[in-house]
Design a protein. Structure first.
Length: 129
């Protein structure tokens, strides 16, 4: 596991559940955007952002493990949501996986649509191990 630092940039308001800056040395791991598909390719939680978020984070966890990483190695999360109002449910799922005292840097963007109408969110991750 890499050692990270979380510098607090001067003149920048504190993040709400995320870090502005995360640094560390190691091997870079990029995880493609994950949606709420189960192992058989079926959507989980159609119409339910919380259920989809739990599946998305389970998928991210599996992808990280395949790379020899864990959520402790994640330095950046990017969230793409079809309704920004889903963020509280998504954050609840995220907080089951990340260290909330030193969360990764993150970006959340509302988009018009994702690759299928059933998809309410997509999350990609970057880790350093």
């Amino acid at each position: 596991m890499s050692e990270f630092s979380y510098p607090k940039p001067e003149g920048v308001a504190a993040g709400n559940g995320y870090s502005h800056v995360v640094t560390g040395a190691g091997q870079w791991v990029a995880i493609a955007g994950q949606v709420a598909l189960d192992a058989e390719g079926n959507f989980v939680g159609v119409g339910d952002a919380g259920a989809q978020a739990r599946q998305v984070f389970a998928n991210l966890d599996a992808c990280l493990k395949a790379a020899g990483a864990t959520f402790k190695d994640v330095v950046k999360l990017n969230f793409y949501v079809t309704d920004i109002g889903y963020l509280p449910a998504i954050r609840a799922a995220r907080d089951e996986y990340v260290d909330t005292s030193n969360p990764p840097a993150s970006t959340a963007v509302q988009v018009v649509a994702l690759f299928k109408p059933e998809a309410l969110l997509e999350v990609e991750a970057y880790a350093v191990i």
